[in-house]
Every structure is written in structure tokens, then in C-alpha cells.
Design a binder for this molecule. Structure first.
Ligand code: XMP
Length: 435
């Protein structure tokens, strides 16, 4: 690794990631470590140029005051402590200014004047470093990757293809709950354009069979998750000579689960969950990146915009948006309506603005009229939300003409649907998904 690094020691500040991101935006690499990092661990980190002790209002954890060890000051690195009065530290900056400009000035002074960092953190260097590291780790062995088509797994795939080409085996499982055109685009981009070693498994019918008559949301999730891992394992066991499993783990996954003082963040299970007994070693080349950096990496590797800026999509896919027991009829309705919503959001320029938007089809019908006759059909619910961390969310106030256009198209083009509703509920009390 060639990049200079600023180490952030976490004393329970909720601002750790913001700080790390601000430093990286200056072109300098930064990582967060627990406050009680040992002398040996700290000494082992490559290219450290300085340390920031980041103590926030909750540096009292479980009634106990926490502090860094004295050795932190003995390595000879410049040290800055923020928002936290440390008895052992002379150079205390008592209050971390809330003014962005002021903070940035303090940060720049520390990073460039005191620590003498160079601005060598960028995607070109990152990719070059990772390609080298991956080759060193993997040698002539094979790597397996569950390629869902999501941003993270797609970027991992592109990076590994660059590093080891056909030694990467991608498995794309189409569980039949993907959005319209999604599996096709995975095949098009990775098999046809990037010439990847891609195994495409269509198990739509198998999943629909397993989900038949299952109405309980949690049971549906369990079936989808378990079945996905089974399919993936079956494929993995057919292959020979695989030693590594690649995963799209990114930095927030590590920070949120890894630090002692970080508050527990609700964790969602991805259907790409790790089959533990397969005995593979892990390759996780994005483990240092924030989401926007993952996207920048994807663009740098030449992935298409639609893939890189893909909105979040739950692992269980349309299974959580086709409420109650899934039927082909309603799954088709939710998929077609979703495709219309996405197209019209794109046309209205809302796709880059709104965090997540999708359609839901509940498992009840209502009376309507079609061609002067009574019809008894399903409603489609539209949902469009904005959020920072998915813990709370507000709805997007879509202009009427856009809503009316979407409604008109869905009513004309989607079979078995006679009503369209817009969900105005924020989270809380609603969740983002309906399930
Ligand atoms: P809720 O509905 O809990 O959703 O407000 C919050 C966010 O999480 C997404 N979501 C998932 N993402 N695997 C995922 O990777 C899942 O199982 C899953 N379930 C929900 C949801 O789309 C929303 O963005």
C-alpha cells in the first residue's frame, strides 16, 4: 500500500465516519480503529502519518470512562485530540467546530502541515494497489463470487476480473424475484462485455415452488435466504479447485460491527450470505471503501451508470414487495409496475435524486370498472423515500404530473391492476418496505 494514512482512534464519537470521509475527500487515506488498539497493532499499520483521537459526547461507555493508552503518544506520530479533554494530551482541541469551513481548515493544517501527508488517495491508486494485493493473495488459485448485480458485488467482480481474469468464477442466481431486465443486464455486462467466467443459474421455478402458499413475511424471507444459499452451495460443489470466496464487504459493514463504542446498527441479511462450511478463505477488496468510493471505483473500472448508481434493493427482492403468498400473476404485476416507475423516474430526472423507489402489490382485490364492465383486480402502491441511513425516512413529494403519468401507464399497461395509490408514510411509523 502506497497511501499515507491518518489513523482515527474511536472514543465513541458518532462522527468517526464523517471525519474519515472528510480526510479521504482531502485525498488522504484514513481508517478508524478502536481506542484500545495495542502498541503492536498500531506499529504494524502501514504508512501512518498521524493520529486523531476522536472522542465524542459518549466517551463514557456503559458508565465507564474510556481513554486511549499512553503508548499512542510514544510512536512519534503527530496526535490531535478533538471534542475531548485529555489529561495526558497537551495539544487538545477542546471543541470540534460545527462550522464546516473551520473544521476543514483545522483538519487541513493537521493533515498537511503537521503530518506532512501527500494527496495520494484516489481510485486509480486504489485499483492499482488492490490488483497487486489480489494477485499476491490468490496466486494461481480460483475465486468464487456470488454476483447479485448489486453495486458492491458488481464492483468486486470488475476489480477481480481486472486482477485475475478467468480465475474468477461468478455465479449469478436468478431467484425469479429480480426486477425486470436485471439478470439480463448482469449477463450482458459481465459475460458479453467483460468476458467473465459467469455461471448463470435460473431457479425461478424452484423458488416459486418453495414459496407457494407461504404468506408470512418472515417465513418468506427465511425460505428465500436458505434456498439461495443452497443453490449457491450446489453450484460451488460442482466446481473444482476453488480456494477463495470473494465478498462485497464495504467499510461501513466493518465499522458498524467492529468498534466497541459504535451503537448497534440494525443489520439486514443479504441473500448472498456466506456458506460457512465451504471452507473458503475470503477476498474482500472493497473492505476499506465507503459507498460513494465503491461507486467511483466501479466507474473507474468502466461499469455502466445503471449498475453503479443502482438504488438499494433488498436481498429477498420482489419477494418482500409482492405481499402475502406470492403468485405469478401478482409477481408479474409488481415487476411490470416497477419497470414503469423506474422509467418515468428516469425521464423526470428523479432517479438520481430519490434514494429508493419501488412498487408494492398487496394480496387483496377491489372493485373497479374496465371497458364499461365491473372488474375485480389488485392495486399497485407506489413508494419513494429519502433517507441517510435507512433508519428513518421521509417521502419524496413527487409532482402531480409525474404521479399521474405513472398511474396512467400502470393502469393501461399492467395486467390485473385497477388502482394506483401513493404511500405518504414516513419511517417511523412505517418501514421503507412493505412486507
Ligand atoms: P425497512 O423496510 O426495514 O428497510 O425500513 C430499510 C432498508 O433496507 C432494505 N432492506 C434490505 N436490504 N437485505 C438488504 O440488503 C434485506 O434483506 C433487506 N430488507 C430490507 C430496504 O430495501 C430499505 O432500503
Amino acid at each position: 500500500m502506497k497511501q499515507d494514512m491518518i489513523v482515527i482512534l474511536d472514543l465513541g464519537s458518532s462522527e468517526n465516519t464523517r471525519l474519515a470521509r472528510e480526510i479521504r475527500e482531502l485525498g488522504v487515506y484514513s481508517e478508524i480503529y478502536p481506542h484500545d488498539i495495542t502498541k503492536e497493532e498500531l506499529a504494524k499499520l502501514p504508512n501512518v502519518k498521524g493520529i486523531i483521537i476522536n472522542g465524542g459526547p459518549n466517551h463514557i461507555v456503559d458508565g465507564e470512562r474510556i481513554d486511549v493508552d499512553a503508548h499512542v503518544y510514544e510512536h512519534g506520530y503527530p496526535v490531535m485530540a478533538v471534542a475531548h479533554a485529555l489529561a495526558t494530551c497537551e495539544d487538545v482541541l477542546n471543541a470540534w467546530s460545527e462550522d464546516k469551513e473551520e473544521r476543514l481548515a483545522v483538519l487541513k493544517k493537521f493533515v498537511f502541515d503537521d503530518c506532512k501527508c501527500e494527496t495520494n488517495w484516489n481510485m486509480k491508486n486504489f485499483i492499482a494497489d488492490q490488483v497487486e494485493l489480489i494477485r499476491e493473495q490468490v496466486k494461481d488459485k480460483k475465486v468464487l463470487l456470488a454476483l447479485s448485480g448489486g453495486v458492491d458485488s458488481s464492483v468486486v467482480a470488475a476489480l477481480l476480473i481486472k486482477a485475475i481474469g478467468k480465475q474468477l468464477v461468478c455465479v449469478h442466481v436468478n431467484h425469479g424475484l429480480m426486477r425486470k431486465g436485471e439478470s439480463e443486464s448482469v449477463v450482458e455486462v459481465f459475460k458479453n462485455q467483460l468476458d467473465a467466467n459467469l455461471i448463470y443459474v435460473d431457479v425461478s421455478e424452484r423458488f416459486l415452488g418453495k414459496l407457494e402458499n407461504v404468506a408470512d413475511p418472515e417465513k418468506k424471507r427465511k425460505i428465500i435466504g436458505t434456498e439461495f444459499i443452497r443453490v449457491f452451495e450446489e453450484e460451488a460443489r460442482k466446481l473444482e479447485g476453488i480456494d477463495y470466496l470473494a465478498q462485497g464487504t464495504i467499510y461501513p459493514d466493518i465499522v458498524e460491527s467492529g468498534t466497541k463504542t459504535a451503537k448497534m446498527v440494525k443489520s439486514h441479511h443479504n441473500v448472498g450470505g456466506l456458506p460457512e462450511d465451504l471452507g473458503f478463505a475470503l477476498v474482500e477488496p472493497l473492505r476499506q471503501l465507503f459507498k460513494d468510493e465503491v461507486r467511483a471505483c466501479g466507474l473507474e473500472l468502466g461499469l455502466p451508470d445503471e449498475m453503479v448508481f443502482r438504488q438499494p434493493f433488498p436481498g429477498p427482492g420482489l419477494g418482500v414487495r409482492c405481499l402475502g403468498a406470492i403468485t405469478k400473476e401478482r409477481l408479474e404485476a409488481v415487476r411490470e409496475a416497477d419497470a414503469i416507475l423506474r422509467e418515468e423516474f428516469h425521464n423526470a430526472g428523479l432517479d438520481k435524486k430519490v434514494w429508493q423507489y419501488f412498487t408494492v402489490v398487496p394480496d387483496f382485490k377491489s372493485v373497479g370498472v374496465r371497458d364499461n364492465a365491473r372488474c375485480f383486480e389488485y392495486p399497485v402502491i407506489l413508494r419513494a423515500v429519502n433517507t441517510v441511513d435507512a433508519m428513518t425516512a421521509t417521502i419524496e413529494q413527487i409532482d402531480w404530473p409525474v404521479l399521474l403519468k405513472i398511474t396512467d401507464r400502470i393502469l393501461k399497461e399492467v395486467k390485473n391492476v385497477n388502482r394506483v395509490c401513493y404511500d405518504l408514510s414516513p419511517k417511523p411509523t412505517a418501514t421503507i418496505e412493505w412486507e
